[in-house]
Design a protein. Structure first.
Length: 487
């Protein structure tokens, strides 16, 4: 005969809220296993002669709740096999926020255990009545011990259960602060609907301060009402872009096409690089936003034309990241960064159906010239078309420089352009041998020039004389000052 367990819910409040059927079940049995004795109903039932075997001690044995719940489920299964049938009590309703019950139901599905849910009174009805919220507007019921900011929908009512001590409350507070203002009003509800009900509204930042929490405590977070409090949400950004592109939106945004926006994406990318070079976090936030704006505009144009949407973009990159990181999301191994790059290139080649008709066709033609030169050289080098060492690349620079000087003497502007291009290409080759990214190096020197020339201009303005009055030697002296100042 299959061992069996009847699971009874004790409700969320006092004994007056306990369903009559549960009361009679426990009275007839005379004994039950209790996940916890920390519940107001237990004391009243004990006075009526019902004995409870507490499992509270298991919480002291483990650092992780998951391990506690697994031990409880295993223990109850063992007792059911020993006695044939047992009764197990939990706070609230057995199906609401009870991991041990879910584990026991898995045993039932496997055919190892017969599980009966005897019901119980859920605290949710009483909680919504206590805070005056209508769940038909949409709500989320979340576990405070495993709360993630990605789970939060700030436009709905949120009930967070198992906020039973200051440690959990602190974690919940920090997670909510990623989505809500620090002073956002939240409500702590304890023993909802019972004679011992306690309701306290407080700002979010005080959630783990001077508040009594216990096993019957839940947190209620109301939907966000102020528009400015919604600006962190991706869905809000998407709606803003859709509105700008809509019939009543901005004339400039409505006129944009993929082609017309190309230059702006390049500009914003370079402004982001500048913020990175300056190590300016606030500026980086702004410029990353500008880059994201370009992505959103392209995606909205794609959606307006019925070709693709931002979801398609996200799905594409999510699939690619998982596919190209089998050492993270699969069974492959990669001991170092070089192995990761090798695997990446191999997978990329397989995705494209093998090698292209020409190897260099893999390098995008739309890149800025310095970046494209660097990538072309890298691609050619992987095929063995490369100098043995940096010395050969340096000799090529000198050779190209002499050829340029020859054309300067010949006063052939067309060939001067070609030869100067050869010099730049050869210099990029040298940079590659020393793991110097030419774009990064040039951006850094541009910034250095910007700082030092600003110092020169500052010194000129301090003199009260115009630039034209200064000789090159005098201006160069100001430049040397900037160097000595570390600019």
């Amino acid at each position: 005969m299959t061992p069996s367990i009847t699971i009874a819910g004790l409700g969320a409040g006092d004994i007056n809220q306990l369903p009559l059927g549960i009361y009679r079940l426990l009275l007839t049995a005379g004994k039950a296993f209790a996940r916890t004795l920390d519940h107001p109903v237990i004391h009243g039932l004990q006075q009526e002669g019902i004995r409870f075997e507490s499992l509270d001690y298991m919480y002291e044995k483990h650092d992780q709740f998951e391990a506690v719940y697994e031990e409880i489920a295993a223990f109850l299964t063992e007792k059911a096999e020993e006695h044939g049938h047992i009764i197990y009590t939990v706070p609230g309703h057995p199906i609401v926020a009870e991991k041990t019950v879910q584990l026991l139901l898995e045993q039932k599905q496997a055919g190892a255990l017969d599980v009966t849910i005897a019901g119980g009174h859920s605290f949710l009805d009483d909680l919504f009545a206590s805070v005056g919220a209508d769940p038909i507007e949409g709500f989320q019921f979340l576990d405070g011990t495993a709360l993630k900011k990605e789970d939060l929908n700030i436009f709905q009512h949120i009930v967070i259960a198992q906020v039973y001590d200051a440690f959990v409350a602190s974690d919940v507070k920090l997670t909510l602060m990623d989505k809500y203002p620090d002073d956002y009003p939240v409500t702590i509800v304890t023993a909802a609907g019972s004679a011992n009900e306690q309701i306290k509204q407080l700002p979010l930042y005080e959630l783990d301060r001077q508040v009594t929490l216990n096993n019957l405590t839940s947190l209620y977070v109301p939907p966000v009402q102020k528009e400015e409090d919604t600006y962190k949400e991706f869905s809000v950004l998407r709606q803003i872009i859709a509105t700008l592109r809509g019939p009543d939106g901005c004339p400039w945004d409505r006129e944009q096409t993929h082609q017309s926006l190309k230059k702006y994406l390049i500009e914003e990318a370079y402004e982001l690089l500048e913020a990175i070079d300056r190590e300016d976090d606030d500026h980086m936030v702004e410029e990353l936003g500008d880059v994201l704006l370009q992505v959103m505009l392209h995606a909205q144009i794609g959606e307006d034309e019925g070709m693709f949407s931002i979801e398609d973009v996200i799905q594409s990159i999510s699939r690619k990241m998982i596919r190209r990181h089998p050492h993270v999301f699969g069974d492959a191994t990669a001991e170092n960064a070089e192995a990761v790059v090798s695997n990446w290139q191999k997978i990329k080649s397989e995705e494209k159906g093998g090698a292209p008709s020409f190897r260099l066709d893999e390098v995008a033609k739309g890149q800025p010239a310095v970046l494209r030169a660097y990538e072309l050289q890298k691609k050619a080098a992987k095929s063995g078309f490369d100098w043995d060492d940096a010395a050969g690349a340096m000799e090529k620079v000198m050779e190209e420089w002499q050829e340029f000087l020859d054309e300067v003497k010949n006063e052939d502007s067309s060939k001067q352009l070609d030869e100067f291009g050869d010099i730049l290409f050869a210099l990029i080759n040298v940079a590659r041998f020393y793991d110097i990214h030419p774009e990064e190096a040039l951006a850094k020197v541009n910034e250095k020039f910007y700082r030092r020339f600003n110092h020169v201009e500052k010194r000129v303005k301090e003199s009260g004389r115009p630039f034209e009055d200064f000789s090159l030697d005098e201006l160069d002296a100001f430049w040397d000052e900037a160097k000595k100042l570390g600019l």
